[in-house]
Design a binder for this molecule. Structure first.
Ligand SMILES: Nc1ncnc2c1ncn2[C@@H]1O[C@H](COP(=O)(O)OP(=O)(O)OP(=O)(O)O)[C@@H](O)[C@H]1O
Ligand SMILES: [Mg+2]
Length: 463
């Protein structure tokens, strides 16, 4: 044969004469070949060599050939198997093909038969390996892109330093479950990806699932997968999330919203790590770590009996809480600079300066949408601005947001007082300008001028 990158073959048959003969034939044909006369001997070789093809006699004394085939396919999914059976045993052959054998040979066979079969198998294995290499290349490209985007976690506050320290600890314990809590937009998913990216699981899948978004009826098949024909609509075999993230991380977002009766199933699977696809019997071991996140008070949910205590216990072996941005105003400036740079780069714009009063103003803003809101503000500012210095007017904020931080900057405090008063009056009058002006004791025109000056907008901006 003239094929390059020859595959590695293992022969398993109790007839020594048969294995020797085949071995000699394969070696002559240029294959790296191993022979074994018992399952034990074969197992040894399988564990030591990266075998591509197993030639398996399904009538080994004392063994069930089909079970051996299943075992091999389970442990070494990439190995192709050609089964060898006696004439007349069509039943076994059909079963073997059903359980994933690539082809079969019936004894006694001629060398030309085996040659054709091997060439076909070799071609198939090479194509598959090529496909895998291509996929790997693509996933590596997208991974390195992914690494560049949003992998930085910015912050100088003690709270963020603590979050990062805990994330590093979590990455060093890749089998320990982690619960991340914090308000919406504080960066929970970011931290989950950072943990995965720093851990030994980094080259495996990170499957992010919104626990509340999967309907109960589809839940089983989403998480466990199914066999073709398991139910109406199951037109193909499907791998579930538990299997998909084998070796990697299952990120369960919005965990507090997970329907109650599904919680028990997550608990059991996270303990046993064994799944059976819907409509199948084969047990599959899958090794994943769960990182879950929520912006609700999950401990209260447990008290209210809406969330299982035992599951929470299982999920929060490590607990990371991310404080809201308003409780760590010192992070606002570095975050703003980071996002402004990020979007200037993204939109191919020049560098930007940011005026001091913009920073002081934002440091007193409550950021109900947390870092996500700041990020969106920066993006909008970069898109709209015509100058190379960003000023207050580039950062319109929600008119109903109360600022909570008390900073002692006299010049600005006066301004902030005025903004707060206007906002409060607007809120009380349900954003009717004339009523607001009356409350404040000024004319409507004066109110409009002030609102313009301070960039207070009437519409409810979208975070
Ligand atoms: N400290 C940070 N440094 C850089 N980017 C951050 C930081 N915190 C959050 N972000 C960014 O803010 C945005 C929101 O973060 P993320 O989606 O992780 O929030 P979340 O806590 O999962 O929110 P939700 O509860 O709404 O799902 C993302 O674009 C994220 O990259
Ligand atoms: Mg999120």
């Amino acid at each position: 044969m003239t094929v390059q990158n020859k595959i590695k073959i293992l022969i398993l048959d109790d007839e020594k004469q048969f294995t020797e003969e085949l071995h000699e034939f394969f070696v002559k044909s240029g294959f790296q070949t191993f022979e074994s006369n018992s399952w034990q001997a074969a197992q040894q070789i399988l564990s030591e060599q990266a075998i591509d093809l197993l030639i398996l006699d399904v009538q080994l004394p004392g063994e069930n050939g089909i079970e051996l085939l299943k075992e091999v396919k389970k442990q070494y999914a990439d190995i192709e198997v050609i089964v060898v059976s006696a004439y007349g045993d069509m039943e076994t052959v059909i079963q073997a093909i059903r359980f994933g054998a690539f082809d079969y040979l019936r004894k006694p066979f001629r060398h030309i038969d085996i040659q054709i079969t091997i060439e076909r198998t070799q071609k198939f294995i090479q194509l598959r390996q090529k496909l895998e290499r291509t996929e790997e290349q693509y996933s590596l490209i997208s991974k390195s892109l992914e690494d560049k985007i949003d992998r930085q976690f910015i912050g100088v506050s003690d709270q963020i330093q603590e979050v990062l320290e805990k994330a590093i600890t979590a990455s060093n314990y890749p089998d320990t479950n982690v619960l991340i809590t914090g308000e919406s937009g504080t960066g929970k998913e970011n931290i989950a990806r950072i943990i995965q990216g720093l851990s030994s699981r980094k080259n495996k899948m990170f499957c992010a699932v919104n626990s509340s978004a999967i309907s109960e009826s589809l839940w089983e098949s989403e998480f466990f997968g199914h066999k073709k024909g398991a139910f109406t609509g199951a037109i193909n075999d499907k791998i579930g999330l538990f299997e998909l993230c084998n070796g990697g991380t299952l990120f369960l977002d919005e965990i507090a919203d997970m329907p109650y009766n599904l919680q028990a199933k997550i608990l059991r699977t996270s303990e046993e790590k064994i799944i059976v696809r819907v409509g199948d019997h084969t047990e599959i071991y899958t090794d994943f770590r769960i990182i879950s996140a929520t912006n609700h008070d999950i401990f209260k949910r447990v008290e209210e009996k809406a969330f299982r205590h035992d599951l929470l216990h299982r999920l929060n072996t490590l607990h990371i809480h991310i404080s809201p941005l308003r409780e760590r105003p010192e992070d606002i400036k570095p975050l703003l600079i980071y996002f402004v740079d990020f979007f200037a780069n993204k939109f191919n714009k020049r560098e930007f300066d940011i005026s001091d009063d913009t920073i002081s103003f934002l440091m007193k803003y409550a950021f109900p949408g947390n870092v996500r809101e700041l990020r969106n503000m920066a993006e909008r500012a970069i898109i709209h601005t015509k100058n190379n210095k960003l000023t207050l007017k580039d950062f319109p904020v929600l008119n109903h947001t109360v600022k909570v931080n008390n900073h002692h900057d006299d010049d600005l405090n006066l301004k902030m007082q005025e903004i707060n008063l206007i906002q409060k009056a607007l809120l009380n009058s349900q954003y009717v300008e004339t009523t607001t002006a009356e409350t404040l004791g000024i004319s409507r025109d004066a109110l409009i001028r002030k609102m313009k000056k301070y960039n207070i907008i009437l519409r409810k901006a979208i975070l």
